[in-house]
Design a binder for this molecule. Sequence first.
Ligand code: GCU
Length: 333
Amino acid sequence: LALTGIATAAALTLAACGGSGDGAGAGGDGKTMKLALNQTEDHPSYIALEAFGEDLNEATDGRWDIEVYPNATLGAQDETIQLVSDGSVDLSIVSAPQLENLNDDFVVFSLPTVFDSVDSQMSIINDADVVGDVYASLEDSQNFSVVGGITQGARSFYTKDGPVQTPADMQGLKIRVQESPVFISMMKALGASATPMAFGEVYTGLQSGVIDGAENNEVSYFTQKHFEVAPYFSYTRHLIGADFLIASTPVLDAMSQEDRAAFDEAWQNTWKYHTELWNEATEKAITDAESGGATFTEVDAGAFADALSPMIEEFVTTDTQRALYDGIKAAGE
Ligand code: GCU
């Protein structure tokens, strides 16, 4: 009886870590990895990540595949970080500020003016020579690493009651921000009041008036339907945001050298494809939001940049932050 018990337990363990299943476990012979995403199916990130899975599947003769779970069905980004950390989800796309809470070197990626353009941002944040150390920094404490990044484009403010033309117009407004010190400080510098909130709660926050506005790119503004409840989009372009792909360390370690190389190559194709899709998606989002009643206004972006310029000094304080910041700046030249 005792023996049977042990055999059953062993069989259960095997099944849980099984090669063909899509459940948790490292999956030495490959598996279908779960990827958490908080965007809709018509967002370029979903489209590019679906292609990532197809690419990987083909390159590994079906050993490894990816199933993308859109619309935050696996949880808000901070929750999925926890799930990747404990191994119940394999991959997740998380916004840079979310990782700032685990290692404050990550603040550098969310500072105004750190990146000059989407194209240069994309080659920099997928270049291990520049960012490798910080990407590997959470392996021991969190069991995951950053594989690379995809762009969020330039972020701008949008509001319920008329555009914000100058920083003075931000005075006293309640603005939703991502849950991070750098974003809270940004609102302070503009005289607004920061309301940290998960992405998925922004629509109802705007609708109910808990917040007066938010900030994001045109694509999310449209795909999340925020334009319906905050129709004034003001081109402050205060920073170019980054999303990171994080991957469970035991899962990456379970890949053969050959499969890992295929994974890395498929990722390089993915961020390039995503960048290609991005401009087109931005144009379409603007047209579609305008048809839905939104107004896009060019404003005094320089005045916003000036108001935010002290943030570099405020947040780049340690040697590692300085080295990362300087490395990114040098790579961008
Ligand atoms: C962008 C970004 C997301 C992020 C969101 C937010 O849409 O791509 O990763 O969650 O902004 O403001 O929370």
